[in-house]
Design a protein around this ligand. Structure first.
Ligand code: ATP
Ligand code: MG
Length: 207
């Protein structure tokens, strides 16, 4: 499915899409947060890009770990440590590998979600990135168990993530800055759930 070279290409693509969507994500954060989500993530992934050339001979886990460390140190806010921890935990489950398959990817998703929950102490239904990540992961596992190919597994994840983003419009934020708004957060989609969905779509488009 993916070797280091392909992972590095994917990270360049993810960086491009996050940069393209930076204003959109920041506008979403303006409605229920502090207008920085897209700008911060774009800054982080731009910095990740500068580290990628030196990682070409490294294993998958080294690339994921470095990405996580750069995100923690450059994105800031809530989502920097959350995304950063997700990438670092993802690296830890594929230690020493220079190629991964869809099974490894599902393990990566489990670890990433575990990392976000370890850091942010949120569960599903609190209007966070987890409301896209968890249903996407469940849908991908189901598609994989049903014998679907990589392309279909990833598409199932994207569809579930999109639905998760829609769902965040209907609920009250109880974590992060958006929770200060209480009921007024209803009607707005969560920026973090949206950025995760954009990230997963970029991955899915490559298979
Ligand atoms: N405890 C948490 N667990 C999971 N995701 C969270 C948590 N807190 C915030 N988020 C996610 O982070 C996104 C906001 O990221 P941003 O980069 O704007 O950080 P921020 O401005 O510090 O946000 P906040 O003040 O909401 O924590 C939210 O849309 C949500 O998806
Ligand atoms: Mg913010």
């Amino acid at each position: 499915m993916t070797d280091t070279k392909k992972l590095i290409q994917l990270l360049y693509s993810i960086s491009d899409t996050i940069v393209e969507n930076a204003q959109f994500l920041t506008d979403l954060d303006a409605a229920i947060g502090d207008s920085d989500h897209g700008i911060n993530l774009a800054r982080g992934f731009k910095k990740v890009e500068t580290e990628l050339p030196a990682l070409e001979d490294k294993t998958i886990d080294a690339v994921l770990k470095k990405t996580g460390m750069v995100l923690v140190s450059t994105v800031g806010g809530a989502s920097g440590p959350l995304y950063g921890t997700a990438f670092m935990k993802a690296g830890a489950v594929v230690k020493g590998k220079s190629e991964i398959d869809i099974n490894d990817f599902l393990a990566i998703m489990d670890a990433a979600i575990g990392g976000v929950q370890l850091r942010g102490k949120a569960v599903e239904g609190e209007k966070t990135m987890l409301d896209a990540m968890i249903p996407a992961n469940n849908a991908m596992k189901k598609a994989f168990d049903d014998g679907k190919d990589v392309h279909s597994v990833l598409q199932a994840g994207v569809e579930a993530a999109d639905k998760g983003v829609e769902y965040t419009k209907s609920i009250i934020a109880t974590k992060g800055r958006a929770s200060y708004l209480g009921e007024r957060s209803i009607g707005h989609q969560d920026p973090g759930a949206t950025s995760f969905t954009i990230l997963l779509k970029t991955i899915a488009n490559a298979y």
